[in-house]
Design a protein around this ligand. Structure first.
Ligand SMILES: Nc1ncnc2c1ncn2[C@@H]1O[C@H](COP(=O)(O)OP(=O)(O)O)[C@@H](O)[C@H]1O
Ligand SMILES: [Mg+2]
Length: 434
């Protein structure tokens, strides 16, 4: 179930002398540079919806129009054309009073440069939005304290902002926005000024807080890795337009155009893609009930050296050609006793970064199983390597499972005979050709 928190409909923003004329010309097909004489088209026909409780990232290079969009979302800027709806209320046509009301109850903003009040303590800064809202002192300080402890600043409540590091100051900014209690948080390059380690920490903390507090976050960044890490969905902007809107996986695996493709080229895919995103349907399976003969048939028809044994779709283990051949030789028909249960399994939500080692170290595809141990997919090594795409493989070469030539010689007649026990219905046209 996804409820809409915010919707942007065909937003345009042109700065300059003739904004409306520029929009008309853009709508009739002129490009951004063709309408330059009328103004700078900062945002061109941007439409998107943000679901309640998601982190929606707007990503693009500097100057692509991100800040202009986010300022239209909370009414700091009026669109030249198009409209913004927040929980069904039209921000664009709202009166000044309605707008104040929407801001107070629905949207708060975290800026890149902290914007803390220098002469107030961390606690008072965190409580500031509530003060504006007219919340009584005891209550606002209590709520601010609670949020400060969530962002790890409980011990700093009585300090002044300039006694804090950059990362800590940004936490205060975040705390202030969270304390406001609005359901939508707008964050414009909120972490871009932080050094990389602190930035990573803040990203992790934001995701934790988001899961705990369930706010809707619209996060702006020019950093693709940050976008990929934080975003449930990402809108990629270029020259004022949204050129793609999708999940990190979609953007990585199916870039809308060459621009996006080039952009995502350097992303570490293993940190974005999950097992479920790359797995393939399991073809090489045999039910336990099919017995040794059934397994043999599957091995032959799939031309493979190992198959997964399943029972009511649940994974029991793996059966190798060697084990089957030995069982055939011994006259054994029951499959369960020759299944190797020590097969490597992964979950659908496991990130590739956590499973890549296992995938390349086993000659058998990784089995993807759900919570009930149902076999929902497989990841052959080749699939894993293809998914890694431009990430150079750092793993050593693996020998494939080989059937020694003498084993083939020894068993071929036997195997043929076995297969002949249940002859396939013959194709008459083949028969006449033979
Ligand atoms: N107030 C303004 N007046 C004129 N041009 C502006 C104004 N604000 C932004 N722009 C222009 O609009 C474009 C988009 O800017 P901005 O939204 O700030 O991009 P971003 O946040 O992606 O870096 C840029 O070309 C910028 O120069
Ligand atoms: Mg900006």
């Amino acid at each position: 179930m996804s409820e809409t928190a915010l919707e942007a409909r065909h937003l345009f923003k042109v700065f300059g002398r003739h904004p409306n004329q520029a929009v008309r010309r853009l709508k009739s097909g002129e490009t951004r540079s063709e309408v330059l004489d009328a103004g700078t088209a900062a945002v061109i026909d941007a439409s998107f919806t943000v679901n309640r409780g998601e982190i929606f990232v707007i990503m693009g290079l500097s100057g692509s129009g991100k800040s202009t969009i986010i300022r239209m979302l909370n009414g700091l800027l009026t669109p030249t054309d198009g409209e913004v709806l927040i929980q069904g209320r039209n921000v664009t046509t709202a009166s000044a009073k309605e707008l104040r009301d929407i801001r107070r109850s629905h949207v708060s903003m975290v800026f890149q440069h902290f914007a803390l009040l220098p002469h107030r303590t961390v606690l008072d800064n965190a409580a500031y939005a509530l003060e504006i809202q007219g919340v009584a002192k005891d209550e606002r300080l209590a709520r601010a304290r609670e949020i400060l402890s969530k962002v790890g600043l409980a011990d700093w409540a009585d300090h002044l902002p300039d006694e804090l590091s950059g990362g800590m100051r940004q936490r205060v900014g975040l705390a202030r926005a969270l304390t406001a209690g609005t359901d939508i948080l707008l964050m414009d390059e909120a972490f871009s000024a932080l050094d990389p380690l602190i930035r990573r920490e803040m990203q992790e903390q934001l995701i934790e807080l988001q899961q705990e507090l369930g706010r809707t976050i619209i996060f702006i960044t020019h950093d693709l890795n940050e976008a990929m890490y934080l975003g449930d969905r990402i809108a990629v902007m270029r020259d004022g337009r949204i050129v793609q809107n999708g999940t990190p996986e979609e953007i990585l695996t199916d870039p809308a155009n060459d621009y996006v493709a080039q952009f995502v080229q350097d992303v570490d895919r293993t940190r974005v893609l999950t097992a479920a995103a790359v797995m393939e349907p399991p073809h090489q399976t045999t039910p336990i009930s099919a017995g040794v003969r059934g397994a043999l048939r599957t091995l032959r028809s799939q031309q493979t050296s190992a198959v997964f044994a399943v029972e009511n779709r649940r994974l029991v283990g793996v059966v190798t050609d060697r084990a089957v051949i030995r069982a055939v030789k011994a006259g054994q028909t029951e499959l369960r006793s020759i299944v190797d249960a020590s097969v490597l399994t992964v979950g659908p939500d496991d990130l590739l970064t956590d499973i890549v080692e296992r995938a390349v170290e086993t000659p058998i595809p990784l089995a993807v199983i759900d919570a009930e141990r149902r076999l929902i997919g497989v990841i052959p090594r080749v699939t894993m390597l293809a998914a890694l795409g431009n990430v150079p493989p750092t793993t050593r070469e693996m020998p494939i499972v080989q059937t020694p030539i003498d084993m083939v010689a020894e068993f071929t007649p036997l195997v043929d005979a076995m297969a002949g026990l249940t002859p396939e219905p013959s194709d008459p046209s083949e028969g006449s050709r033979a």
